[in-house]
Ligand binder design. Sequence first.
Ligand SMILES: [Zn+2]
Length: 317
Amino acid sequence: MRHVIALDVGGTGMKAALAAASGAVTPLLHQARRPTGRERGPDAVVEGILDFAAELRAHGEQHFGEPAAAVGVAVPGIVDEERGIAAYSANLGWRDVPLRQLLTERLGGIPVALGHDVRTGGLAEGRIGAGKGADRFLFVPLGTGIAGAIGIDGRVEAGAHGFAGEIGHIVVRPGGPACPCGQRGCLERFASAAAVSEAWAAACGDPEADAADCAKAVASGDPNAVRVWQEAVDALADGLVTALTLLDPRTLIIGGGLAEAGETLFTPLRDAVRRRVTFQKLPEIVPAALGDTSGCLGAGLLAWDLLDHINRTEVTP
Ligand SMILES: [Zn+2]
């Protein structure tokens, strides 16, 4: 069976799948996970990725009658998708790794697509997840940090330098707390799961308390928690309104750890956004549907898109 290798490289772990194509959905034939081994340094991480991909290729050949036709890989940090270079990752410690070339060489010359992790996850959410069929969407995962993927007509905009969608570094509270990016008062400092955890730990006096605990306390009506939560929601709404004023998305997909709070987040968030807009059209604000598989599913889509592109450009009418 014709299939591709989909690989999602995170900070600590890698998720992989062999994915078959069938219309809009990408059924996964085989799934595997393993650690990146980042404590052994960036060269070992790259070696680990190449080994993992080669094993997946062998698995496909053995179980599905043919080796994978292409590979899609999602990686964190700064990614030059055009040139297939993993440009920078603080987490994995690498700089300018020519990952596409290395994988092509290791896997016998098959096509390789490289994508940014959040944009790749956004591609999957937009095409087969919560934004299914939306021609214009914005995907915003609220995790350790906040990033974004701008979906336009079936693809995700990377920007001129690979930085498009960095909504977490929109300044929502000028002069506010310093952000590792060098600015002050970034959205990420108020509305990421990490920021809410920090604020709630300080407010309730339990250093172990996190954002999920805060959401539970909100649901049970704790006024202290409601105050902390509303500050995050207000900051998030300020950032999102800036984004929707610029982009006019049809669907706004919110994912990541904080979105797991469900209506505890979505009800006040929809209200806060509605209160702020004047002339702007309200997008549909929905929770992400694919959870932590979005990066892997997106990597599979990148690989199939690359094969489509090769078919279209190589076959003469
Ligand atoms: Zn920042």
